[in-house]
Design a binder for this molecule. Structure first.
Ligand code: GLY
Length: 462
């Protein structure tokens, strides 16, 4: 955990953002895997972690905004727990580490909330992403678990987004530690990407590296020679020369700060001319987008900048035609780059996404587009110092999308369908870094992971 003052300070700031009532944070419970006593690895709720820090199941944190009290609800272990789990610090001892001096057994949360509700006090809570939490919340608030989600507090959501989006130095350090572990994951994957190897061997190895050096992976590893499928979790292919392998992977630590890095490498370690040509375009989009990051710039503009670099590069190769800027304005590039440029990163790999993407990534100034491609951009609003973002442009040849577009002759003035058809066996390329928005620009976080053609070839030869 961070020093207790960090958690106290975060709660104090939250209090100053909210009008009154109670802010309720239910920690996560254990989830059964195949029978009750055999459970998935426990993962604490990120908001609970942020404000209360404790990292085990069956806790609730409460900020009583009217009475200026912070409370942790949880149960001390009894002897039968101790036999199986060993002696643990008491809830009061644990709470002190989060700067909280008031604790109650978990059961007392029912009465505390019941009295508050009876008095007509406002209970602020955030949207839930687990059925268990939804049921617990619905029970506490005597509400329908199917409808409880609609009662989440917009004020609390906005206040949390405001606080969590801006990372302080200790948080950035934690993220950087996780990128340094991702360095080992990615460079190991690069060295293993030899013809005849099965994807699973590499995916399993790098997941083990995450566990051995930090904590679990921050999302299921994407490692595939079929990178045209953006989130491809199938790891059964045998690597063959001539294919590109996408590795999109990161990890999180005991505080739950995450990394999220993508590299794409040629199986066997040498780029062919065709691979290099496409790779250099994605690399240019990645680097120009990073260079454009600074406070006050809408992320949507940087996304569109990357799209223009991609359209220009593909036009240079004869895969697109016409005026690249016009092609992007009309959305023609989305055949190749259908997703958004990136997303916030922090305690969640898609940081704060559980709050609702539009609360996090959009505001009155920048609203979410409904157009294909741009609609997938998770974050469009202006950047601020302290934001940590991923920058992850890509070029993909998705045969199914190609078929639809070709049959419709969609954007035929910008797409050379005959030429693109020759690339349908290519797969995809994505290059992703994690960056911090600084007071006047940008800092790429963590130990640099090979990214240029020569850096990758050198690493793969090593
Ligand atoms: N890197 C996986 C994702 O952004 O969804």
């Amino acid at each position: 955990m961070f020093p207790s003052t960090i958690y106290s300070e975060r709660r104090k700031k939250l209090r100053s953002e909210l009008p009154g009532g109670i802010a309720l944070f239910l920690g996560n419970t254990d989830i059964a895997f195949n029978y009750p006593a055999n459970q998935y690895t426990f993962r604490q709720d990120s908001n609970f972690s942020y404000f209360f820090g404790l990292d085990h199941p069956d806790l609730a944190g409460l900020i009583d905004l009217d009475e200026g009290k912070d409370i942790i609800f949880g149960n001390d272990l009894d002897i039968s727990d101790i036999i199986w789990m060993g002696k643990q610090p008491t809830i009061a001892e644990q709470a002190a580490k989060a700067g909280v001096s008031v604790t109650f057994p978990l059961i007392e949360l029912i009465e505390y909330i019941g009295i508050a509700v009876a008095k007509g006090r406002r209970i602020h809570f955030v949207p839930t992403y687990r059925a268990e939490t939804r049921i617990q919340l619905a029970g506490l608030l005597a509400n329908d678990h199917l409808k409880i989600q609609d009662k989440a507090s917009p004020e609390l959501i906005r206040a949390i987004v405001k606080l969590r989006m801006v990372k302080d130095e200790p948080e950035v350090k934690e993220i950087e530690k996780m990128i340094d572990v991702a360095y080992i994951m990615h460079t190991t994957a690069m060295k293993m990407a030899k013809p005849g190897v099965v994807e699973q061997q590499i995916a399993g190895t790098i997941e083990g590296i995450a566990l051995a050096n930090a904590g679990p992976v921050s999302f299921p590893v994407i490692l595939t020679v079929n990178g045209q499928t953006l989130h491809n979790h199938y790891h059964g292919n045998i690597l063959n020369e001539g294919r590109m392998m996408v590795i999109d992977a990161g990890c999180e630590n005991d505080l739950h700060y995450a990394s999220d890095i993508t590299r794409t490498v040629p199986v066997g370690g040498k780029f062919s001319q065709r691979q290099m040509e496409i790779y250099e375009i994605v690399l240019k989009a990645n680097m120009e987008a990073i260079n454009a990051v600074k406070p006050g710039v809408p992320f949507k503009d940087i996304h569109l900048l990357a799209a223009r670099v991609i359209a220009k590069g593909l036009t240079g190769l004869g895969l697109m035609k016409g005026e690249p800027d016009e092609a992007v304005a009309k959305g023609a590039h989305t055949l190749f780059f259908p997703h958004g440029l990136g997303h916030p990163l922090g305690l969640d790999v898609h940081d704060l996404e559980g709050m609702g993407e539009n609360y996090v990534g959009y505001d009155n100034e920048v609203q979410r587009s409904k157009e294909f491609g741009l609609a997938y951009l998770r974050f469009g609003r202006k950047l601020q110092p302290g934001f940590v973002m991923t920058i992850e442009p890509g070029i993909y040849f998705i045969p199914e999308l190609f078929e639809i577009w070709k049959n419709e002759n969609r954007h035929a003035e910008f797409i050379n369908y005959d030429k693109v058809e020759q690339y349908l066996d290519f797969g995809g390329i994505r290059i992703e870094d994690d960056v911090l928005v600084t007071a006047d620009g940008v800092r790429v976080l963590g130990r640099p992971i090979p990214k240029t053609v020569s850096e990758i070839e050198e690493m793969m030869a090593g």
